[in-house]
Each structure stands twice: as C-alpha cells, then as structure tokens.
Ligand binder design. Structure first.
Ligand code: FAD
Length: 384
C-alpha cells in the first residue's frame, strides 16, 4: 500500500492550502479570539463560512450537495486544516448532522438540510447523554409523546457540545416507554430556537463550554423524525461509529510535537539521550496513530464495519495525546504551569494539559471503548 499521496489525493488538501495562504497573523489572531469568545475548542463560524466559500464542506457527499470526493481526499484536507492550526471541530460536528441525514433521513430532509450544511448557514449538535445516561446511553429518560403532527418533548440532556451556537440538535428520545434499552428510542431533529428549550453553560476543565439543555413541552414537527419511529438507536449508532473513527487528539498532538521539535532544535545539545529517545518514540507513535486513523477512514469508505476498529483509533489517539502533552509540559518546565505564560508554546501546553483530560471521556470513555473492542472486534463475551 502506498501511503504517499499524489496530485489526485492532494486535490482538496491543495485547496485547503490556498485558503490557508489567505491567512496572515492578524487573521489567525482574530480566529483565535473568536474561538475563545465562543468557548468551544476549535470552533469558529467565520472559518466555517470560509470553508463553505471554498467548497470544502461535505466533500465526500454526493453531488449536488457535496463534491463526491474520496475519503482519503477528505482525510488529507482535514489533516491539513488541523496541522495548520485552524479550528476544525465545527466542520466535524456539522458534517456529522448532514451525514446522519444522508444515511437515514428522508429525501425531503436531505433536500432541506444539506444545502444549509454546505453553505454553513445551519449548525448541528448532538443531544444523547443525560445526567443518568452517559456510558449507559440506553438508560436515557427524555420522552417524546406524539400529539397530532407533532411530538412533545420533555427531559434534560447534559454535555451537549456546541448547543449554544447550533441551529439544530440531533436528539435521542424515548418514544415508547413500554420498550426497554435500544427498543423504543427515536431520533428527532430539534430546532434549538423552539419555545421550551433552555440552554445553560457547563464549564469543563480545559476552559471550554458544554451545555445542559432542558426541554419543557417542546413541540417538534413529526416531519423532523429521522428514520423510523422507535428505531432511533440504529440511526444514532451510525453517528457513534463515525465519531469513534474520528481523530481524538492525534492531529493536534502532531502539530504540538512539530512545534516542540522546532523549539528543541534551538538547544538540541541540552537534551538528554533519554529525552531524545522518548521524543523519537512519540514521533513513531504519532505516525502509527495517523495511519490507524486513515485505515479506519478508508475502511469506512469501503462500507466495512468499523465499529470495532474505530474505538481502537479513539483509544490510541486520545491516550497518546495525553501522554505526549504531559511529557512535553514537563520537558518545558515551570513555564508550562501558567496559563498566561509569555512562552506561547508553554501556555498552549498548559491549556492542552487540561483540555486533553476529556479526550478519554468524550465520545465514550476509554473503558467503554475497550469493552466495545473486546465484544465487536475480538468477539469476546460481554461481562455481566
Ligand atoms: C467535554 C465533553 C463533551 C461532550 N459532548 C457531548 C455531546 O456533544 N453530546 C453528548 O450526547 N454527550 C457528550 N458528552 C458526554 C460523553 O459522551 C459522556 O461523558 C461519556 O459517554 C461518559 O458518560 P458519563 O460522563 O455519564 O460517565 P459515566 O457513564 O457515569 O462513567 C463514569 C466512569 O465509569 C466508567 N464506566 C461506566 N460504564 C462502564 C462499563 N460498562 N465498563 C467499564 N467502565 C465503565 C467510565 O469509563 C467512567 O470512568 C461530552 C462529555 C464531555 C466531557
């Protein structure tokens, strides 16, 4: 297998580079300030709109919505985006909303939503977890009761990332209380401006905001049901598989690693042999992580089941990111203890030390991912 991309593979990466070239220091600074103002890691509306103008949203989607690009082309574009330090989370979460509709939505839903995803005028978040239902998502209690041509939704969701800047929420609700576990759940697209929706901030250690979202008698048109009623679990498992196949920290960590190498090259003779060996091992592990992530992406594009391999990529990338950031911060010493350090790399490492703690929690904890690998990939029996 040849891992070195040619012109065709690089087509959209080159477009991303063209967009990146329009950014100077003042524009990058403005983006950084926007991200800090929205309080969502790697999320900028301005950048979303620029991606839209350059035709870089929904690359793998069929025409007329997307560009019918291959997954490796999309991978290389997204990698370029992250490696150049642009905020890529908005792209991920909004494309996940559109991707869900392409897999499970009606023709009307696809025609209504996808143009707004690719022009970045609508944004999407995912409301699954609840106060008593995180790892055990199937314990969720939010209810939707059919009332004529609407559903009436009541309940509370916790940890909903980017809800405060989203137009729509993909909301997993129980529509049949007689059924248990994965039976009787449905997926509704909820307009977050609807009466009865209250969004409250929840601050996490990295300084970013997630949300508690309360739904009180929220009326949702029945036309916003995605997939069949009571079959919401099969809709959302596609999203979860996609989420677990994402890069969780690997790409950003490679960028941090490149910055660290640049810094260390100025004083390479001060480094101990043991530090150099550790750095060498991290470089190898980061490259292995990149290839694992690419393998899962290519496998998904071929229509193969990635429910077992996606979690491997997630566990590997997130735990590697945590190990690297901890080591790098220690190497830079006390400067990496201060959020306001004048040394920008040290300040970023200090923040990443806090941010990276959640990498092994979001999208399902490492323990839960390991259970999935055991069940789905190794076919081991479930524990009781
Ligand atoms: C920053 C952040 C952003 C998030 N964004 C979203 C979002 O946008 N949308 C959304 O719906 N959710 C989101 N989440 C929620 C996330 O998916 C859950 O936090 C995660 O699934 C864990 O659930 P929990 O927090 O309820 O922990 P719990 O499920 O209570 O787990 C507590 C501990 O028990 C362990 N544990 C639980 N069950 C098992 C088991 N069977 N075997 C072994 N160990 C187990 C866990 O590994 C963990 O260590 C986000 C979370 C965070 C922190």
């Amino acid at each position: 297998m040849n891992f070195y991309p040619g012109d065709e593979e690089n087509r959209y990466r080159d477009r991303m580079r063209e967009l990146a070239d329009t950014y100077g220091w003042p524009e990058m600074k403005a983006l950084r300030e926007e991200v800090e103002g929205l309080h969502i890691e790697r999320y900028s509306m301005t950048f979303q709109r620029q991606l839209a103008e350059h035709g870089l949203i929904g690359l793998t989607w069929p025409k007329p919505y997307g560009q019918a690009a291959r997954i490796d082309q999309q991978f290389l574009m997204a990698e370029e985006l992250e490696c150049q330090g642009f905020p890529g989370y908005g792209l991920t979460t909004n494309q996940r909303g559109g991707g869900m509709l392409l897999r499970s939505g009606s023709a009307e839903q696809i025609a209504e939503h996808l143009p707004h995803v690719v022009d970045a005028s609508w944004t999407y978040c995912q409301g699954l977890s609840e106060p008593g239902a995180g790892s055990d998502l199937l314990a969720l209690k939010t209810r939707a009761v059919r009332d004529g041509d609407h559903y009436v939704v009541n309940g509370a969701k916790l940890w909903t990332s980017s809800a405060h800047v989203s137009t729509w929420c993909s909301l997993l609700v129980r529509t049949d209380p007689e059924q248990i576990r994965h039976r009787g759940l449905s997926l509704l697209l909820v307009d977050l401006q609807s009466p009865g929706v209250t969004i409250q901030p929840v601050w996490v250690m990295g300084g970013w905001r997630v949300n508690a979202v309360f739904y009180d008698d929220v009326r949702v048109p029945a036309a916003n049901l995605v997939g069949e009623e009571h079959q919401g679990w099969s809709v959302i498992t596609g999203n979860l598989d996609e989420e677990r196949a994402m890069s969780f920290g690997g790409t950003e960590t490679r960028l941090l690693c490149a910055r660290l190498i640049h810094r260390l090259s100025e004083k390479a003779d001060e480094l101990s042999e043991s530090d150099l060996q550790t750095l060498g091992r991290f470089i190898m592990d980061l490259e292995a992580d990149r290839l694992l992530y690419l393998r899962v992406g290519l496998s998904a594009a071929r229509g193969e089941d990635t429910s077992g391999t996606g979690p491997m990529s997630k566990v590997h990338g997130s735990e590697l990111a945590q190990r690297f950031i901890e080591w790098a911060a220690e190497l830079l010493g006390h400067q990496a203890l201060y959020p306001d350090s004048e040394d920008v790399l040290a300040a970023d490492l200090e923040q990443q030390l806090r941010v990276a703690t959640v990498l092994t929690v979001i999208g399902g904890t490492s323990e839960v991912q390991r259970n999935i690998i055991a069940n789905r990939h190794l076919n081991l029996p479930r524990s009781n």
